[in-house]
Design a protein around this ligand. Structure first.
Ligand code: NAP
Ligand code: MG
Length: 496
């Protein structure tokens, strides 16, 4: 660990010390009740970065009790909405103030390039807090035109204690997507970051306290899914659970919610179609197809992992994509020149290489990549991979790979591609590339997906809702729709 520590960028040296990182419960930094810790690894080197307190059911219980107390008797839900706004704005400012440190920490823990963490993840997290900072003063109830001998109105109240379980692909940004709307609505939270990437959530915990979030309002318990995560999903004092991750675990969360009928929102996997027509701006489509799959090493729930290309341009288009993939600069995330980093973990590395083998066995043709990038040492580097002549029924076209692997599928016409694009259990996102405006609108309506991008891809903004159709989950995060997830409505009757 000492070797790694010496190489740490200056901004993060104070945060990653040889002492293990603690968890945040009731406004205090504490060890796990069991005293256990686990290591978080730098995916670029496969070396341990830091040891972190390993929360389990007992710690989740302590955290839920702290959140319960903060909700039932603490100042946060009762606070003047404009004062909650001020706190949320301070959080956004503090994230921006510590932008370099957070970006470096994110890159060290997740592997993603500093280019992306600095330009996407960290500003995206700050903007999410800033967007939701505007909401507390704009969450209205109604007065209802009832029988004149009564006065009836509604109150839009917070749901209560929210359990939030997040994945490792955008650690800080996912924390922001979850925390910001929950806090804006006056809830309290127990957040469980992914075991692979706990560090930026813990640093955020420090910033939340600095911004004036009262004790117990946000509790952060790192730990493993089957222990800490499951305890949170099952806890009888949790009112709502919000989960982002695999569809498989999403189903477990839903089952666990039945115990006390928690409200549930699920943002799950995808196998999003990205559709390129002959009449598209070919250069823009090629750049969009590339970014659509290789952004964040393909570890993106809405990645355009099924690339449908109109038959007449299929060979030329996939050649262009393959040559861009061959020339991308892959390397350690901290290198400013890197545009593709390692995968997050040994497990994910093996999983992605396993899928590449499956694709080869299924008869898909490797146009480029198709193997680990061993020249880059011990890190979890997989070369960007383009599979050609894929059939939509192959496993590599149906199952979420979550890596830098695109399956390219030729199509004949509009009818053919709509049918095949929708032929998936998922429905998170889709892309369409065409200059024909009517066709763009027709296809946007025909696709069963929560987001459709026309002549762009991966466009996100806290003002616009994001979430899935079908087995990509339910509930919409971001935008005003996330307020539905974190509030409930009370009808009050008064005899006049
Ligand atoms: P995952 O298991 O679904 O992890 C997501 C979160 O859920 C993590 O915090 C995880 O904890 C937690 N968790 C795991 N099992 C749980 C349980 N039984 N109860 C409560 N919480 C639980 O995802 P993964 O294993 O990291 O990745 C596997 C695959 O999931 C990926 O290859 C990809 O296909 C998909 N995935 C999708 C997204 C997305 O954004 N939609 C994100 C990540 C992964 P741990 O940190 O301990 O695992
Ligand atoms: Mg890590």
């Amino acid at each position: 660990m000492s070797q790694v520590s010496q190489a740490l960028p200056e901004a993060v040296r104070g945060f990653i010390t040889p002492a293990s990182k603690k968890m945040l419960i009731g406004g205090k930094w504490v060890e796990a009740a069991s005293g256990k810790t686990f290591s978080t690894v730098n995916p670029a080197t496969a070396e341990t970065l830091a040891m972190v307190a390993e929360g389990d059911a007992e710690d989740i219980n302590r955290a839920v009790e702290a959140a319960r107390k903060a909700f039932d008797t603490g100042p946060w839900p009762q606070m003047k909405p404009a004062d909650r706004t001020r706190v949320l704005l301070r959080i956004a400012d503090l994230i921006e103030k510590h932008r370099d440190e957070l970006a470096q920490l994110e890159t060290l823990d997740n592997g993603k390039t500093i280019f992306e963490s600095r330009n996407v993840d960290i500003p995206g997290a700050a903007e999410t807090f800033r967007y939701y900072a505007g909401w507390p003063t704009k969450i209205y109830g109604e007065t209802n035109p009832s029988d004149p001998s009564f006065f009836n109105y509604t109150l839009r109240e917070p749901v209560g204690v929210c359990g939030q379980i997040i994945p490792w692909n955008f650690p800080l940004m996912m924390a922001a997507w979850k925390l910001a709307p929950a806090l804006a609505c006056g809830n309290t939270v127990v957040l469980k970051p992914a075991e692979q990437t706990p560090l930026t959530a813990l640093r955020l915990g420090e910033l939340l306290l600095e911004a004036g979030v009262p004790e117990g309002v946000v509790n952060i318990v790192p730990g493993y899914g089957p222990t800490a995560g499951a305890a949170l999903a099952n806890h009888p004092l949790v009112d709502k659970v919000a989960f982002t991750g695999s569809t498989e675990v999403g189903k477990e969360i839903l089952k666990a919610s039945a115990g006390n009928l928690k409200r549930v929102s699920l943002e799950l996997g995808g196998k999003s179609p990205n559709i390129v027509f002959l009449d598209a701006d070919q250069d823009a489509a090629a750049a969009g197809a590339f970014m659509g799959i290789f952004f964040n090493q393909g570890q993106v729930c809405c990645a355009g992992s099924r690339l449908f290309v109109e038959q007449k341009i299929y060979d030329q288009f996939t050649d262009t994509l393959a040559s861009s993939a061959a020339s991308v600069k892959q390397g350690p995330g901290l290198d400013k020149e890197s545009r593709l980093g390692p995968l997050v973990s040994q497990e994910q590395y093996e999983r992605v290489l396993g899928y590449i083998d499956i694709g080869k066995k299924e008869g898909a043709q490797v146009k480029v990549g198709g193997e680990a990038n061993q020249a880059l040492g011990k890190g979890y580097f997989v070369k960007p991979t383009v599979f050609a002549n894929v059939n939509n029924s192959m496993r590599v076209a149906q199952e979420e790979i979550f890596g830098p692997v695109v399956t390219t599928i030729p199509f004949k016409d509009e009818e053919d591609v709509i049918r095949e694009a929708n032929n998936t259990i998922y429905g998170l996102a889709a892309g369409v590339w065409t200059k024909d405006v009517s066709k763009a609108h027709r296809i946007s309506r025909a696709l069963r997906a929560g987001t459709v991008w026309v002549n762009c891809y991966n466009q996100l903004d806290p003002i616009s809702p994001f979430g899935g159709y079908k087995q990509s989950g339910f509930g919409r995060e971001l935008g005003l729709h996330a307020l539905e997830l974190y509030t409930q409505i009370k009808s009050v009757w008064l005899k006049v």
